[in-house]
Design a protein around this ligand. Structure first.
Ligand SMILES: C[S@@+](CC[C@H](N)C(=O)[O-])C[C@H]1O[C@@H](n2cnc3c(N)ncnc32)[C@H](O)[C@@H]1O
Ligand code: SF4
Length: 371
């Protein structure tokens, strides 16, 4: 097992407000006890080091929630503790919101050890930012990206498109503006309506309408064409990188590598005698309690069956442009033929890839594979 790579994920569960589209494990709290969080993260790292000190950490990711609300000191203490047990990897990402106070902390995050930021811009249009419940303006977003560029060599940002009333022309102009900022990486997600969110209720009441299937397809094709024109590799369904700037951390998920998930609700996949799926306690309070009572945040650790492993490997890998090797897979011949006959996927030398129309219907393809 020595030197086997693994990613390391830390979840920061707090946000200043809840965005109406978001179903991530994020909570709004007036305040939190910084020392309790520091102790719990450090204790979690010691717990993992006892079991996995012989591994190589290939990437670290602070996700959320809004990790840019963490204090740079907390991030630094976490990284120092990691460094006591392992060598730090070159890619250490922190997700950031573009509110001005957080952008002003970017330099301090770099000094704390962060090497890459991923900024949640979502839109460059003020009316749509308001619709998305964001607390920043497009001007603040642009300023935050200026700071990101001046502080980090490796930086990325997210936009959400296929928004109500969005036309091909308006998206083209917004995306062109975004790419002129010259990011190394960009994540472009079509707006999805998730169960349990405020948008789910509003959408059910028809208070807004999403672009229909044809327009969504055209928006996706346009996105691919524009990002390619600007020299980006569309290496995953919603992720685009300048050569060499693909996210190592996310690639490890999609290639079904091992990773430890630390923090409220964090998931992990880790192989010892078996491959196991892990999940930590979801609410911030129950996670802190678990650290006190059991010395780690785990709620569930389940051994994955060979069947689970084969299915998960396909579900993750098919999202990648490079595709997924299905030689040992349990995908039935009927399903494979259906995917190819419907022109959703391409099979070549045992590598299964989504076709351009399959990429657009990724969720439907994944549901079909699981059915
Ligand atoms: C954990 S969230 C972002 C972190 C950070 N708190 C922020 O809001 O900027 C990761 C990204 O997922 C995307 N996202 C979340 N919910 C989405 C949805 N329902 N539809 C499309 N994209 C979504 C957003 O682009 C968001 O930046
Ligand atoms: S999108 Fe980001 S800021 Fe908004 S609720 Fe989700 S995690 Fe928090």
């Amino acid at each position: 097992m020595t030197n086997l790579n693994m990613g390391l994920y830390f979840h920061w569960p707090f946000c200043l407000s809840k965005c109406p589209y978001c179903d991530f494990n994020s909570h709004v709290r007036e305040k939190h006890d910084e020392n309790a969080w520091l102790d719990s993260f450090l204790k979690s790292i010691d717990f993992e080091a006892n079991r996995f000190q012989d591994r190589n950490i290939s990437s670290i990711f602070f996700g959320g929630g809004t990790p840019s609300l963490m204090s740079p000191q907390l991030v630094q203490s976490i990284l120092e503790k990691v460094q006591k047990h392992w060598k730090l990897p070159s890619e250490i990402t922190l997700e950031a919101n573009p509110n001005s106070i957080e952008a002003e902390k970017f330099k301090a995050f770099k000094e704390a050890g962060i090497t890459r930021v991923s900024v949640g811009i979502q839109s460059l249009n003020d009316a749509d930012l308001k619709f998305l419940g964001r607390t920043h303006s497009s001007l603040e977003a642009l300023k935050a990206l200026d700071i990101a560029r001046s502080v980090f060599n490796n930086w990325s940002f997210d936009l959400i498109y296929a928004r109500p009333n969005q036309t091909l022309e308006s998206w083209e102009s917004e995306l062109e503006t975004a790419l002129k900022l010259d990011p190394k990486h960009i994540s472009l997600y079509q707006l999805t309506i998730e169960q349990g969110t405020a948008f789910h209720k509003l959408h059910a009441r028809k208070e807004f309408i999403l672009p229909d299937e044809d327009l969504s397809a055209d928006l996706y094709d346009l996105t691919t064409a524009i990002t390619r024109k600007h020299g980006f590799n569309d290496y995953e369904v919603s992720n685009y990188a300048k050569p060499g700037f693909e996210s190592a951390h996310n690639l490890n998920y999609w290639r079904y590598g091992d990773y430890l998930g630390i923090g409220p609700g964090a998931h992990g996949r880790i192989t010892t005698d078996h491959k196991r799926a892990t999940r930590q306690f979801k609410s911030p309070e129950s996670w802190l309690d678990a650290l006190k009572t059991q010395g780690n945040g785990y709620q569930d650790i389940d051994i994955l069956t060979l069947e689970d492993i084969r299915t998960e490997r396909i579900l993750m890998g098919i999202r990648l442009k490079e595709g997924v090797d299905i030689q040992d897979s349990n995908l039935s011949k009927d399903k494979l033929s259906a995917l190819q006959n419907e022109n959703l996927a391409i099979l070549e030398n045992n590598i299964l890839r989504l076709s351009p129309s399959g990429r657009l219907k990724t969720n439907a393809v994944l549901d079909f594979i699981l059915s």
